[in-house]
Design a protein around this ligand. Structure first.
Ligand code: MTE
Ligand code: MO
Length: 385
């Protein structure tokens, strides 16, 4: 089969689907380091991992409504100014299984680890678009281009054997501050096959689905990408909409992800003795470049809340959100030492820098595709004697 040439993967990954390969690490791996090692970074695919025969002859096409179309070699792209961004990538389906438990949804059954934080390096998309004649901060080109489409080489059944694709607004693509990258490195190493070798898009602060892997072409278009994952998937419908009455064109493609927070340690169902001293740990992140303002933990069912410590770099225990040094696109890891008297629940919720809060229950945000479950994360701790 076409799945004969898959790369090796870490045995600790929890496989949610083998073909295409969809897997997430144990939650504890996410809080073990601020930067997620590649082998523990979730893998989300819609088809077999492509094999690139010869990187020396690879050409990235840049066309559509641009003044001068071009083909760029990898060598050329590597010679452009190299920019690094620490960015958290999160699948829109992260925490889907918990949504499914309330009412069935369609999609890969993800736990809470379809997320990772990496240092991505490559050329800025805004620099590459300048090369083809589109200046920075362009809302529309003279010939009407308003969207930038990314087309891959992989094939997926949703596109009827065609390539995976997505688009972002031209304004975002040409904005240096948006930090959109054509990345060829992940964590200082050459991008590996699972994560998009030789080149992938990284759109910080936006659901993972727009960060197209194995990038083959960039087209400037008048309309947003008409691909399956933009038009027939990754949209948010109200709880009243189900598969018999879904009307896809009535909703926009999802872009920025909402404020999210998860307990990674201890894990659900852990048994502890009465009055156990425990350090609770997890991640918190928000989309659109919004930082995390606060992480609240409750060990009494949500009656009272304790504020957790937040950190971005392991060397520096605390970085405030407004000192200009924070990683704008990256998660914070948080921790709080508490004394627990099980059986009981631990609940966490975060607030972002725009004061957005997480919904308490999953019911109010239930949607047929099971996307963007950012309800309060709650785990149960059992009593041991
Ligand atoms: N790009 C291509 N070409 N094919 C894909 O299947 N999956 C997308 C996105 N880019 C996908 C893709 C989705 S839904 C997510 S969440 C991220 O890649 C996952 O990136 P990762 O596997 O590097 O974690
Ligand atoms: Mo995703």
């Amino acid at each position: 089969t076409t799945y004969d040439l898959e790369p090796p993967r870490h045995p600790s990954l929890k496989i949610n689907s083998k073909e295409p390969f969809n897997a997430e690490p144990p939650l504890s791996a996410l809080v073990a380091s601020y930067i997620t090692p590649e082998e523990f970074f979730y893998k989300r695919n819609h088809g077999p991992i492509p094999v690139l025969e010869n990187p020396d002859t690879f050409l990235l096409e840049i066309g559509g409504l641009v003044p001068h179309s071009q083909y760029l070699s990898l060598e050329f792209i590597r010679k452009l100014h190299k920019h690094s961004v620490t960015a958290t990538l999160q699948c829109a389906g992260n925490r889907r299984t918990a949504m499914s438990e309330k009412r069935a949804v369609k999609g890969v059954g993800w736990g809470a680890a379809a997320i990772g934080n990496a240092i991505w390096s490559g050329a800025r998309l805004s620099d590459v678009l300048e090369l083809v004649g589109i200046p920075q901060n362009t809302a529309a080109t003279l010939n009407g281009g308003k969207h930038v489409e990314f087309v891959s080489v992989d094939v997926c059944k949703e596109e009827k054997g065609g390539p995976y694709k997505a688009s972002i607004p031209l304004m975002q693509a040409t904005n240096r501050e948006a930090d959109v990258l054509l990345a060829y490195e992940m964590n200082g190493k050459e991008l590996n096959r699972d994560h998009g070798f030789p080149l992938r898009v990284v759109v910080p602060g936006v659901i993972g689905a727009r960060s197209v892997k194995w990038l083959r072409a960039i087209y400037v278009l008048a309309e947003e990408c008409q691909g399956f994952f933009m038009q027939r998937d990754y949209k948010m419908f109200p709880p009243s909409v189900d598969w018999d009455n879904v009307d896809w064109p009535t909703r926009r493609p999802l872009m920025d992800f909402p404020v999210q927070c998860t307990i990674c340690s201890p894990e659900e169902g852990t048994s502890l003795k009465p009055r156990s001293k425990v350090t609770v740990r997890g991640y918190a992140v928000s989309g659109g470049g919004r930082g995390i303002e606060r992480v609240d933990v409750s060990i009494d069912g949500g009656h009272t809340w304790l504020e957790a410590n937040r950190s971005q770099l392991q060397q520096r225990p605390y970085i405030s959100d407004d000192d200009g040094k924070r990683d704008k696109w990256a998660w914070v890891l948080w921790d709080l030492s508490v004394e627990l008297s099980p059986p009981m629940d631990i609940i966490v919720k975060a607030i972002d820098s725009s004061a957005n809060v997480q919904p308490e229950n999953v019911e109010t945000i239930w949607n047929l595709r099971g996307v963007l479950n950012n309800s309060w994360h709650r785990i149960h701790i059992e009593a041991s004697h």
